[in-house]
Write a protein that binds this ligand. Structure first.
Ligand code: 3EB
Length: 329
């Protein structure tokens, strides 16, 4: 069994049985119904704003699909990809718990139930997209409400909220849509990796919110003989502080220094040994579309010809202008 990734500017032309699921990214999504789970991300593709990108996880073993508690999923032996979108309009209006916190907790509770039912209990990688991430709800920033709901669900789902947590990203998308969460999970535990230059996110001090984010800086996952490397969304944070306000070039360099530091940590644990930055595939989230050229220049200096998709999104701290994530197969 081998997992592969295909990035294309047209819908996947392959026979459906090789597909586990994927992402569609663009300013004007078609939201065409597919046979497999697709996370629709309403974010402009900055290389060409007229284009929608289709990113697809492919497998070479038989798949099974389902729709469980609103989670569209597809699995094969040892691996499942799922997508859930929840509108805050489905929150209980009489509850004292704010709507985004409610739906964040509910989404993760459903995910954990599905994982347990499917016998694939280990979350490896999660992609979180939060409408109006910097807006306020009940006097707290919406990203912080999301963190509270997510953390509650991890605890109630009998999951660790420290060391054994998935690689992840959390980005802001346009207001008015649904919270959208995609995930890959498997039969074996993720081997989490932290970054010695950064405080672990799950240990962030309370100044960043009542509940710390629940993710690892990176993780190694094993699928048969294949080793998968997931590098979480990585920004210009050293220790727990954001560096280089208003300087997208310096933030891009700092973020790449963080990715490199994570890869140094991976080197000690990986079967493949040391990995070069150029061996990964990237998504770069850029807050201001006009800064994409500057980000791209810095990226190319460091990652060379490695594939990078540049999209517009809001990084979860207001002063952060760029966030970079990656994976290696
Ligand atoms: C950071 O390092 C930047 O809340 O799941 C990166 C990756 C970030 C994942 C998450 C947040 C998350 O804190 C933001």
């Amino acid at each position: 069994m081998t997992l592969r990734f295909l990035s294309s500017c047209s819908p996947v032309p392959l026979s459906a049985d090789q597909v586990l699921g994927g992402f569609e990214l663009g300013a004007s999504l078609m939201t065409d119904a597919r046979q497999w789970p697709v996370q629709s991300l309403p974010m402009p593709v900055l290389q060409d704003e007229s284009v929608n990108m289709h990113e697809t996880w492919l497998v070479d073993t038989p798949v099974e699909s389902g729709l469980t508690e609103g989670i569209a999923w597809r699995r094969t032996e040892g691996l499942l990809f799922g997508v859930i979108s929840l509108s805050e309009q489905t929150a209980d209006p009489l509850s004292a718990v704010p709507p985004l916190r409610q739906v964040s907790e509910r989404a993760y509770q459903r995910i954990f139930r599905l994982l347990d039912q499917q016998g694939l209990p280990h979350l490896w990688r999660v992609w979180n997209y939060i409408p109006d991430i910097h807006g306020e709800q009940a006097g707290l920033e919406r990203y912080r409400q999301f963190n509270m709901g997510r953390g509650d669900a991890f605890e109630r789902g009998a999951r660790s909220v420290t060391e054994q947590v998935p690689a992840a990203c959390a980005l802001g998308v346009v207001a008015g849509g649904s919270l959208s969460i995609a995930f890959l999970c498997g039969a074996s535990p993720l081997v989490p990796v932290e970054n010695p230059r950064q405080v672990s996110a799950y240990l962030y001090p309370r100044i960043y919110g009542p509940r710390s984010p629940t993710f690892s800086r990176a993780g190694l996952a094993y699928l048969g003989s294949q080793e998968l490397i997931f590098v979480s969304g990585t920004a210009s944070i050293v220790g727990h502080e954001s560096l280089h306000p208003n300087d997208v070039v310096a933030q891009t360099r700092e973020s790449l220094d963080n990715v490199a530091a994570v890869l140094d940590e991976v080197a000690g644990r990986s079967r493949l040994g040391r990995m070069d930055l150029s061996a990964l595939e990237y998504r770069a989230y850029v807050r201001h579309p006009f800064e994409v050229a500057a980000v791209q220049r810095e990226m190319v200096k460091r990652v060379g010809q490695a594939p990078v998709l540049y999209v517009q999104a809001d990084v979860c701290r207001q002063e952060l202008l760029v966030e970079i994530e990656a994976f290696g197969l």
